[in-house]
Design a protein around this ligand. Structure first.
Ligand SMILES: [Zn+2]
Length: 254
């Protein structure tokens, strides 16, 4: 539902623009249908037990985002739920990630999205869990700008964290799409992590700069999309920080 709402609004937005300027071509992404199908399959396979009630208010669209609970992929990822929805990402990066998933699929590799956008609260939870989880405090990870994603290959619904051969294949595909791949990192080997910043540093991002996107005509409403996305991220931050506060309060009582 959300995908169709987002997609429809993108179309409406592009038609509006088209009316003003005949030279603007329609930003139809060649893989959007595939992307929608893929995401609905992923949602079904991993969220079968907890169907969420959907909200139809545009300002609350973030409430429909796909969440992943701890241990869903066989690993301890902390108590705060992970956001695994690609719509929580920067639109250009989101489509590149959908492309990564699609290309992997053509090569027989099923990827599951473990985490997309990450709140500061979630980042700080990882930081507190130790150096095997992250080197970055809240605000320093590309996940906090919707410009990083964590994926894992699945075989028969089992996450393949230790399959180095598979990771290499996925890593190469990701790099061909222009991503930085965490599988190249020595100090914290992180093969499921892919990011793209268009050359911006964490410092640039923290100042509120957005990367310049390569396929501008495909994103006629990028400014509006990003400002809407930022509102969703803020709403999520409030929700997750309230969970964190409740946990701290209850642990103090125990
Ligand atoms: Zn990551």
């Amino acid at each position: 539902m959300l995908k169709s709402v987002v997609f429809t609004s993108l179309l409406l937005c592009s038609f509006a623009l088209h009316g003003q300027n005949e030279n603007v071509s329609l930003p139809l992404s060649p893989y959007s249908t595939f992307y929608a199908e893929l995401i609905s399959t992923l949602s079904k396979s991993f969220n079968a037990e907890s169907p969420k009630e959907e909200t139809h208010e545009p300002d609350a669209a973030w409430k429909n985002w796909l969440l992943v609970e701890n241990y869903t992929f066989g690993k301890n990822r902390g108590d705060l739920p992970m956001i695994a929805d690609l719509d929580a990402l920067h639109p250009y990066f989101r489509d590149q990630v959908a492309m990564l998933i699609a290309v992997c699929k053509t090569k027989g590799i099923e990827l599951a999205v473990v985490e997309s956008y990450r709140t500061h609260s979630k980042q700080n939870e990882y930081k507190a869990m130790g150096k095997n989880y992250t080197r970055s405090v809240g605000g320093k990870s590309k996940h906090q700008y919707g410009l990083a994603v964590d994926v894992v290959p699945m075989i028969n619904s089992v996450a393949q964290w230790e399959n180095a051969k598979l990771w290499r294949k996925i890593g190469v595909i990701g790099e061909q799409l222009g991503f930085r791949w965490g599988g190249r990192w020595r100090s914290l080997y992180d093969p499921g992590h892919f990011e793209w910043t268009g050359g911006l540093s964490s410092y640039n991002l923290s100042l509120g700069q957005w990367p310049v996107i390569p396929k501008v005509p495909n994103y006629p409403c990028i400014e509006e999309d990003l400002s809407q996305l930022t509102k969703y991220w803020k709403a999520l931050e409030i929700e997750q920080s309230s969970i964190t506060r409740k946990e701290i309060a209850s642990s103090k009582m125990n």
